[in-house]
Design a protein around this ligand. Structure first.
Ligand code: TXA
Ligand code: MG
Length: 351
């Protein structure tokens, strides 16, 4: 299949003509990758089971891993869900459109092919103007996982999507690099107390400020355990795994820098290729391997923004070992550390 790459000239002034063909492809059951404010999504008609099946095939994704249905306005939520619990309504008012996904009891019209066999459906209203306009023009909710091959870091540019999806889908809409860089926060609002299933840019503090008490799915707090299944089926997979062995070094920053320098020197002496993930504040202090700053410690949103691109770059460079500094787990740091520790297969050295 030939994949069309369409550059959107100005996402503030989108012309409907630019999105008309993409909307037609979605309506007719095809696949279009598009930007959202979190990561690029791989979209298909969420109400069409055959279209959903194509998503799983293009990504090489296990079919028990449900998809998020993306909507463009509140009226589009009602037909998809059995009810809108109070917490869901409040959170939607506060954070939609935006990087928040909520899990509701699903209605009859949402096929099990989209929900991976579950009786709930995950719904998000993205704030990216290209995403919003595409959904509205398609006239159907758009099921969209991140537009990466299963197991690779989520794409934050159209070039990342091209690397993974060229030849497998009808179209890629290029809206430039995304803003946030990590996937949306997922909250299950189908039970009595909202439960955080995946941390993201809408932080625990932000959720609690609006919904009161919020619980955290215990299964996302540490390494996978037989007896503890994550409520978001996708969280059980070792996502975002770079080809090289990723090792996190955690502790006092001075000691972290020292340990990463000594580990990377040792590996280089053994003839291995090494990558180092550091920050603007520490970059000058590393001396071995390919050194990449992921952003500024003082501005954690820069770290979220660059993280997946740096992991992909190390894949392209073919490094054998990646040593990474670790970050605060507060606020957006919870999402950053969740993605990093998972990518590292929970391999953390404490210094
Ligand atoms: O930011 C995002 O959410 C991006 C953009 C494209 O919107 N999408 C995304 O989709 O990250 P994906 O498929 O890569 O991750 C969706 C996660 C998976 O872990 C999946 O298991 C979970 O959401 N999920 C989907 N439906 C669910 C449901 N009904 N109950 C529990 N978890 C669900
Ligand atoms: Mg994903």
């Amino acid at each position: 299949m030939e994949t069309k790459l369409i550059k959107i000239q100005d996402s503030e002034w989108i012309k409907d003509e630019e999105l008309a063909e993409a909307a037609r492809i979605i309506r007719e059951g095809g696949l279009v990758a598009f930007p959202t404010e979190t990561v690029y999504g791989l979209g298909a008609n969420a109400l069409n089971e055959d279209a959903a099946r194509k998503i799983y095939a293009a990504k090489g994704r296990p079919s028990d891993n449900p998809l998020i249905a993306h909507i463009s306005c509140m009226e589009e939520l009602e037909p998809l869900v059995k009810e809108i619990p109070e917490a869901g309504r409040k959170l939607a008012e506060a954070y939609w459109p935006g990087p928040l996904t909520m899990v509701f009891p699903k209605s009859e019209i949402v096929p099990y092919g989209t929900t991976g066999g579950l009786d709930t459906v995950a719904v998000r209203m993205p704030s990216d103007p290209i995403a919003g306009r595409l959904i509205a023009l398609s006239g159907v909710p758009i099921a969209a996982p991140s537009a990466n091959t299963s197991g690779r870091p989520s794409p934050t540019t159209a070039q990342h999507v091209w690397q993974d999806m060229n030849g497998k889908i009808e179209m890629i809409l290029d809206g430039g690099p995304v803003g946030i860089g990590v996937e949306s926060t997922i909250v299950d609002v189908s039970g009595p107390v909202p439960v955080l299933l995946r941390p993201g840019a809408v932080t625990m503090e932000m959720l609690e400020a609006v919904a009161g008490q919020v619980e955290i799915d215990p299964a996302i707090q540490g390494p996978p355990r037989e007896d503890l299944r994550p409520k978001a089926p996708g969280m059980k997979y070792r996502h975002y795994a770079p080809h090289g062995d990723l090792i996190l070094v955690e502790g006092d920053l001075e000691a972290v820098v020292e340990r990463i320098n000594s580990l990377s020197r040792e590996r280089e002496e053994e003839g291995c290729r090494v990558g180092v993930i550091c920050t603007e504040e520490t970059r000058e202090r590393y001396h071995y391997g390919e050194i990449r700053s992921v952003g500024q410690r003082a501005k954690e949103e820069t770290i979220a923004h660059n993280l997946f691109a740096v992991l992909r770059e190390f894949d392209d460079l073919g490094v054998d070992y990646i040593y990474s500094e670790s970050f605060s787990r507060d606020h957006l740091g919870q999402a950053i550390m969740n993605r990093l520790t998972k990518a590292a297969g929970y391999h953390v050295i404490h210094v």
